[in-house]
Design a protein around this ligand. Structure first.
Ligand SMILES: [Ca+2]
Ligand SMILES: [Ca+2]
Ligand SMILES: [Ca+2]
Ligand SMILES: [Ca+2]
Length: 300
């Protein structure tokens, strides 16, 4: 438990400040007034912040241990650096990996950059007009294995395996003329031109990536809040313009959305994360690409 005074000073509560094998007791952060934000503006990359604090808690997911299921991660920007907390189970429990990677102001990205079956970390940030990416093939502190520029100011990062070669690579989405969302995906983690360029969604939607039909190739989706208080997901399997293949509501407005293969059965499905009154991050993950209740519900 972190005293409020320490929290006010920006001193992070670190779960592994206790003995390494001790379970985390209590939420990662004790505070009130959590709100979800998206950065860059309208990116699907989502974080929570508390009480006007500059600290940001980014919500991510990935297959950190290579066993086939995607599980939670949080990248915590404490104002000077990014601290990553990763879990290997879709259940409450102690953090499995904690390390620093990236500086404050960077946006976390996740993917299997080298095709070894394990998702690892990356960061991206716009400097001037260039979007700079740094990707690492391990879940640990250390240098980037890939560093390059792709995209520009006003572009939102996405990552996925667009061509079913087993490697996740980069992409960007951006507001385009006519109020549409334009996607520019690349099959290499390097500077260069896009492999796929198409429009899908509205420029106010959040761009999401997932393998919705389990063919090894990531598709795309958009998510938007609705008047009913739920998020509307629109999934598409093909990386060309066209109609969505699945449309359903899942998740509550003002939460962070996160897609993943939660049960390891193949294919990605929706999830969302919110902060409850006791400051736990609550994860509600569903195995089906449809409306319904969560298959996993847990607090971290
Ligand atoms: Ca896993
Ligand atoms: Ca990998
Ligand atoms: Ca690929
Ligand atoms: Ca697919």
């Amino acid at each position: 438990m972190i005293p409020a005074a320490l929290a006010a000073l920006g001193l992070a509560f670190s779960p592994t400040a206790a003995a390494a094998d001790e379970p985390v007791e209590g939420p990662l952060r004790e505070s009130v007034g959590a709100e979800a934000g998206h950065a860059p503006l309208n990116s699907s990359t989502c974080y929570y912040y508390f009480d006007d604090s500059p600290e940001a808690w980014w919500i991510v997911s990935g297959d950190w241990d290579g066993d086939g299921d995607d599980t939670p991660g949080i990248a915590y920007d404490n104002g000077s650096s990014l601290r990553w907390f990763l879990w290997n189970e879709n259940a409450s429990g102690p953090v499995d990996h904690e390390f620093g990677y990236g500086s404050t102001g960077y946006i976390p990205v996740v993917g299997d950059w080298n095709g070894d079956g394990r998702d690892t970390v990356g960061i991206t940030r716009v400097f001037g007009t260039a979007m700079r990416w740094q990707l690492r093939n391990d879940i640990s502190s250390g240098p980037a294995d890939y560093a390059f520029s792709y995209g520009s100011f006003g572009y939102w990062p996405v990552t996925g395996d667009w061509n079913d070669d087993g490697r996740d690579t980069i992409g960007i989405a951006r507001a385009y003329s006519g109020g549409v969302l334009r996607w520019q995906l690349r099959n290499s983690n390097s500077a260069g031109s896009a492999s796929n360029i198409f429009n899908f969604g509205r420029d106010t939607d959040w761009p999401i990536v997932g393998d919705w039909n389990n063919d090894g190739r990531d598709g795309i989706a958009t998510v938007r809040p609705t008047d009913s208080g739920e998020y509307r997901w629109q999934l598409r399997n093909s990386l060309v313009s066209g109609n969505p293949t699945h449309v359903f509501n899942y998740g509550i407005n003002d939460s962070c959305v996160v897609p993943g293969d939660w049960d390891g059965a193949g294919g990605d499905s929706p999830g969302f994360v919110y902060v409850d009154a006791d400051n736990w991050f609550v994860w509600e993950l569903r195995n089906s690409r449809s409306a319904g209740g969560p298959d996993y519900w847990f607090q971290l």
